[in-house]
Ligand binder design. Sequence first.
Ligand SMILES: *Cc1c(COP(=O)(O)O)cnc(C)c1O
Length: 389
Amino acid sequence: MSAKFDIFNFISLLKSVLKEDGKIPLHEPLFAGKEWKYVKDCLDTGWVSSAGKYVNEFDFKLEQYTGIKHSIAVVNGTAALHICLKLAGVRQGDEVLVPALTFVATANAVVYCGAIPHFIDIEVKSLGVDPVKLYDYLKEIAVIKNDICFNKQTMRPIKAVIAMHTFGHPVDLEPLLEVCKKYKLELIEDAAEALGSYYKNRHVGSYGRLSAVSFNGNKIITTGGGGAILTNDTELAKMARHLITTAKVPHPWAFIHDQVGYNYRMPNINAALGCAQIEQIDRFIANKRALAEKYCKTFSNVHGIRFFTEPEYARSNYWLNTLIIDEEYKEMRDLLLSETNKQGISTRPSWELMNKLEMYKDCPRMDLSIAENLGQRIINIPSSAYLGE
Ligand SMILES: *Cc1c(COP(=O)(O)O)cnc(C)c1O
């Protein structure tokens, strides 16, 4: 028997999973390990800035955890994306394919390189880039000359595709990689939300040559603010380290810089927090998956709304739990959002589509009907790891 879907039972169903009264944030960090010990150690020893043992240790732990050869910790996920794009050769006047449904940082990082975001559609099963639709689109608008993909309409080179793993759910990477190969595009993974997510048993971030993760306060683990560049390519890792260290030529005392670099290194004190956090990631993800299962069960018999589950090829970290309202009820979304928030249960819609934002409204784009449709039907619900304990 399926329950009727209305605002009252929606809130009571949510509450039955959350089992807590009072304010429930969308995503709160949990400090239940050695955070105090490691951060205190930074203060006691005076190593708080952009050098120190915790930075190396954190990179090492990330490499171990993801199975990706090189991690380069940086100040935030946006900076990580910026460096990935730079190293992929994205230059002034290039185009980069970016999903319309993403956090604004994905598109911003493209513009930091002087390039133009070109918005592409997503698919229902992953909420990320649709490789088939992209392929059909490129057949129509792209031409390859001297191994470079050009947009026939703008005559600009299309250099790369950014695959963003929405709410931690992996994009269908294998078919996407085939499209990239055919059209000479670099695949960059925006895995900001996807630490601990796997595509066919391999950690995401290892399918593109370069990928970015984030450790912002609301992500799966946090360093306060922070991010990392991940790559299996030793040469690229070296170049990344150089670029984030103001392109300083190593020397015992002289300050010589061989290009315009960036001050993007992660400070030791943030890395100390990160070390303590990543030691607990298995527990965080087990709790988050348990929470997702509870939500899934609770909403499984409710007519008019469904809980979004990981695609069949993936094992997701369930960073942000997601409900999708059926087409016929989508006008209820704002009421659900306002009522839940009024009662202290934090919920939110997905981001405004990139092509709707003032600064990106004139960028090239393909048909975005799926993103436009889903964008009106998504609700993110409380997802902190401790809720799944
Ligand atoms: C969080 C996030 C980023 C940026 O990370 P910051 O560390 O906040 O700079 C980029 N892309 C996506 C999809 C994100 O969710």
